[in-house]
Design a protein. Sequence first.
Length: 269
Amino acid sequence: MEDLILLIKHLIIGLVQGVTEPIPVSSSGHVMIASEILGLGEQGFTFAILTNTASLLAVLFMYREDVMRLATNSLRYIRTKNRKYAADFRFVILIIIGSIPAGVLGVLLSDVIAENVSMTIIAIMLFVTGTALWIIRNMRGKKGDADLTAKDAFLVGLGQAVALTPGISRSGATIISAIAVGMKQDTALRFSFMLYIPVSLGGVVLGFSDFIHEPNKAALALPYTVTFIATLFMTYFALKWFMGIMKHGKLIYFTYYCFIVGTLLLIFY
């Protein structure tokens, strides 16, 4: 019976991670909240790698055509210098530039951030996320892929770096930053998740050794598998749903959600 309850709890955590990863409400914060409610305690680095990998695979599948085109045309441009491939090569360079802030700060400050997280901090950061979403709710940029600059990419990358703090949504911070620098809704969404791929992949690579040497992985193999599958599928469907939300410019709903959850955390924790 206890094993079944443990599986159900890990299923719920996987669903929470999957649903909240693509949308601007902070997946890390919600996983911490769900773990506290379910009595699972703080989830370790191995668990974070597991769920991150599942979400990464879902995002890669969703954007597989973009990823393949960008990778193939960038290699073609490097080999041939043919101008018809230059736009995709330039977009990849912008993704690299945008990935630098989170990559650097993630390496330097990950331990500090992990040691200074509480439900109060998550609540405050949810208010910050909700406020930022409120500010940009009516902004409609005009910049498409071809109009982006290195400065735009770096500023959006700074937003991603800020989102290393639980309670600050990664997708929210990058989309807010992208819209703030003048990107169109669809460009902001695509650039946000293109930025997610290298940073997430880097985290998986850097944490792979910890995952392999996890002392309890045999005992947790089944619960972790359940979590992985739940996260994988829910990230995919949540991202499809969020694309529709972005298309209709309804980010204001997430402002209300962040304020409600933040208030409940302050009241009960």
